[in-house]
Design a protein. Structure first.
Length: 462
């Protein structure tokens, strides 16, 4: 099977120092030969891998120079994709890169699909699936901590852990199969105990990995924090203070915020997607009512709710209702406007509605933010993100977590079968199932449609 040569613009479109057009596949060098003239006069096709040449990118149809550029040559299998790769590094202009791409396409390349370079790297064994997924996480990281986890995964931290676990299971399968093949011997008690011990150890390792998934999700996707409360309590002020800019309109008119406002910020390493919403109240105004509906709907989607109340005006039914209806959520309660006289106290709230939520009394107008940030970070990552992610494999995707849980369930079944003295074939089935689920993470046993879905999330040219 000959894969067609693919081409794409690898840099963001816009004015920039340089722009890169990348080609990968069997004809990459032939195409480069036709559209690049080196200053030295040597042939691009004959260059050794990892060489660079200064020269001109030309349009052979019009016989015109498109741009001056540097040609990079990488020969398969020592390239990102594992295939022959060339890159044209030209001036970073919208038309320049477009024209170079078009020329490559006319000379026989086809436009790459999103993520297709990385997909080829995976299919050619340059990366396993969890590493390929880490590529996109590196690109999308919004905090240093997210980046560190993504890079660890790219370097194989998760793959190595999974491979080590699979190795142990393979050994076990071999032992089980050996006994199945020689059924005349009774299985020694010791053998059974030892096998059970190995399975229990592996289950323990899977559990430790699964336990990292919540934090992994936060680091990769960010935490969706919804600011809610009745009108005029200071929700938009909170967004602005945390962002340190006047992002949302703040006025003393209740009902100022109508539509939701979302911003991403880095809260001590946690990528926080902070969403300001309309104040909750009954309203005859259609636009405001839609805003309130939207806000209430967002409670359901939130990873964290920051409920803001105004300590300087009497409590109202809305305050109590919001608290009551968000009881099952991770919450921080802010009692704002502490610079003004307090007219109610915490005792006036139903303790059941308040639950375990930390309460921060503050003034968003003039007070310090630290207690609020402490409360949020403390709630989301007991002990802090940085400490707990240092040098260990972290599960960052739901797909990985599910596979680990399924492998664990298979092993638990195998363990039970073993303890009940049932036929060893059944244990073998459980072990094979676990192996297969673990293989989904690294890509050994994954179905094609899942692979396609993973790479479809990439940008073109990656
Ligand atoms: N005194 C005092 N005023 C505050 C404080 N925080 C906010 N305010 C004022 O309260 C008013 C409402 O603030 P916003 O941030 O717009 O309140 P909101 O909850 O977003 O209001 P809506 O968008 O209408 O739901 C503004 O006049 C703010 O300046 C505070 O800590 N102390
Ligand atoms: Mg507002």
């Amino acid at each position: 099977m000959t894969e067609q040569t693919i081409a794409a613009i690898a840099t963001a479109v816009g004015e920039a120092g340089i722009g890169i057009v990348r080609l990968s596949g069997k004809e990459a060098f032939d195409i480069a030969e036709k559209m690049f003239v080196t200053k030295r006069g040597d042939s691009p096709k004959s260059l050794p891998g990892y060489s660079a040449r200064y020269g001109r990118v030309v349009d052979p149809y019009q016989g015109r120079t498109i741009d001056e550029a540097i040609l990079l040559v990488m020969r398969g299998p020592y390239s990102y994709t594992g295939e022959d790769v060339v890159e044209f590094q030209c001036h970073g202009g919208v038309v320049v890169v477009q024209k170079i791409l078009e020329t490559a396409l006319r000379l026989g390349a086809r436009m790459a699909e999103p993520g297709e370079f990385t997909k080829r790297a995976f299919l050619n064994g340059r990366l396993d699936l969890s590493q390929a997924e880490a590529v996109i996480d590196v690109v999308r990281s919004r905090t240093e901590e997210s980046l560190a986890v993504a890079v660890d995964q790219l370097e194989g931290s998760l793959s190595k852990r999974i491979s080590a676990i699979r190795e142990q299971l393979y050994d076990l399968v071999v032992r089980v199969e050996a006994i199945i093949d020689y059924p005349e011997d009774d299985i020694p008690e010791l053998e059974v105990d030892e096998m059970a011990e190995v399975i229990r150890t592996v289950i323990g390792e899977l559990e430790r990995l699964i336990a990292t998934a919540d934090q992994g999700k936060v680091l990769r996707e960010g935490l969706k924090a919804v600011i809610t409360g009745k009108p005029n309590v200071g929700k938009s002020s909170l967004l602005n203070r945390l962002l340190d800019e006047q992002r949302a309109l703040v006025t003393d008119i209740p009902g100022t915020t109508r539509d939701t406002i979302e911003e991403v910020l880095n809260l001590r390493g946690i990528p926080l997607r902070l969403i300001d919403t309309a104040g909750i109240r009954e309203s005859d105004d259609v636009v405001e009512r839609l805003g309130v509906e939207r806000a209430v709907q967002l409670w359901g989607e939130a990873d964290l709710i920051i409920h803001v109340m105004d300590g300087s005006v009497p409590l109202s039914s809305e305050d109590r209702e919001i608290l009551a209806r968000t009881r099952d959520k991770l919450r921080v309660v802010v009692i704002n406007k502490s610079d003004l006289p307090r007219v109610w106290s915490l005792d006036d709230l139903d303790a059941r509605d308040l639950g375990e939520a930390p309460v921060v009394e503050m003034s968003l107008l003039e007070g310090e933010l630290t207690p609020l940030v402490d409360a949020v970070v403390g709630l989301v990552s007991k002990g802090g993100i940085r400490e707990s992610t240092a040098s260990q494999a972290i599960v960052t995707r739901a797909r990985h977590k599910t596979a680990l849980e399924e492998a664990k369930a298979d092993l638990e079944n195998a363990l039970e079968t073993l303890s009940m003295g049932l036929p060893l074939d059944l244990i073998s089935v459980g072990l094979q199932g676990a192996l297969e689920h673990l293989g989904e993470i690294t890509g050994e046993t994954v179905r094609e449609n899942i692979i396609d879905r993973i790479f479809a999330q990439f940008c073109i040219g990656k």
